[in-house]
Design a protein around this ligand. Structure first.
Ligand code: SF4
Ligand SMILES: [Zn+2]
Length: 366
């Protein structure tokens, strides 16, 4: 891992204790990565405000998240995949894009209408992806319909979004809000910004939308984290229902992606998990939140990564695939009746957990 300089420590944000622990855990990572290769690239399909689209997802290998180098979020191991040294040149980043285009040409029937770019940090942070590279990437994908760019709210501004909308591309900024509750975001996730900053970023996207070329839209896709460490199953459910409702009410935010926490290496969640102090959420909880919020004015989706495994969201082992399938169905159709068709004996255990798990006895089950 690269040695952080003092200015990336982000001192004075009231989170030095969590950051100190996270820095120590992350410093155990030893791998390093080639700056000319993307972290990952794959083809899939996604539900967007314009309907279900073929998508190309790119995880660019940039210098990694500045906040992660300061210590960072308790569940996030992504910095462990970033390039040593903390920055990647324009040419290397464009080589990564070429690798992704070659992957698409080889594996897809035609160019994907939707491009999603994540960076293990913030695509709109110019210390990760400079203006020259951002503009070149916009030009590369000028003929696509829609693009999703990941960023922390601090870096969202209407001009940067305008680099994309000027070509008529619908542009969404994906923001890892994690929860609408500031206390949970600060104390459980160790993420420094406030809900008000998210609202400001949505306002920037809305302004970019007003200024956009004919036919191009700009908006925000909020990413929420279900069950950060230190919350019980029932607290996590309540936090997600409230967060989805609050996000859907913010103008400019058209999609909410609610994702269950999984146990990633080199994180505080991993330490807790190994000491018996953390269980990822039940898939029943994910289904329940989606059912409860099906009538909000936003697309709500969920992508339970690692479902069915101990380190990912899971039920009893027997019904995990069925519930996961219902969730994926819901993502595409937004119809809560998909959940009526799945049931399992372990729902009783899940209900008991919701009733009886509390701060000092969790997790009640594995
Ligand atoms: S979740 Fe995002 S902000 Fe937090 S450490 Fe990871 S990449 Fe950085
Ligand atoms: Zn079950």
């Amino acid at each position: 891992m690269s040695k952080p300089t003092p200015d990336v420590y982000e001192q004075g944000k009231g989170m030095d204790a969590h950051n100190q622990v996270m820095r120590e855990i992350r410093s155990r990572k030893e791998a390093s990565y080639d700056p000319h290769e993307p972290t990952r690239v794959w083809l899939d399909e996604d539900n967007t405000p314009g309907g279900v689209k073929q998508s190309l997802t790119i995880i660019l290998n940039t210098g990694g998240c500045r906040w992660a180098r300061a210590g960072g979020c308790t569940m996030c191991g992504y910095v462990a995949e970033s390039v040593d040294g903390g920055s990647v040149s324009h040419d290397a980043l464009m080589d990564q894009i070429d690798v992704c285009l070659a992957h698409e040409a080889e594996n897809g029937d035609e160019p994907a209408e939707l491009i999603k770019i994540y960076t293990s940090g913030s695509f709109l942070d110019e210390r990760e992806v400079g203006a020259e590279t951002r503009k070149a990437i916009a030009e590369t994908f000028a003929d696509r319909e829609r693009i999703v760019l990941e960023s922390l709210p601090d870096f969202v501004d209407r001009e940067k979004i305008g680099d994309f909308t000027q070509y008529g591309i619908d542009t969404d900024v994906a923001i890892g809000l994690e929860t609408a509750t500031d206390r949970v975001r600060h104390d459980c996730v160790n993420k420094y910004f406030d809900f008000a900053d998210f609202e400001d970023a949505c306002a920037e996207a809305a302004a970019a939308d007003d200024a956009a070329a004919e036919g191009a839209d700009a908006g925000v896709k909020a990413y929420l984290l279900m069950k950060p460490p230190f919350l019980t199953e029932s607290e996590a459910i309540e936090d997600m229902i409230d967060s989805i409702e609050r996000c859907a009410d913010v103008s400019g935010c058209h999609t909410v992606s609610m994702n269950p926490c999984n146990v990633q290496r080199y994180t505080m969640v991993d330490e807790l998990y190994f000491s018996g102090g953390y269980r990822p959420p039940w898939l029943w909880s994910v289904a329940h939140v989606l059912e409860e919020t099906a009538d909000v004015d936003a697309i709500v989706v969920s992508d339970p990564v690692g479902h069915g495994s101990d380190r990912g969201p899971h039920n009893c082992g027997e019904c995990d695939d069925l519930v996961q399938k219902a969730i994926k169905d819901f993502d595409l159709r937004q119809d809560p009746s998909v959940f009526e068709q799945v049931s399992c004996e372990c729902e009783l255990t899940w209900e008991a957990v919701r009733e009886r798990e509390c701060g000092f006895n969790q997790p009640l089950t594995r």
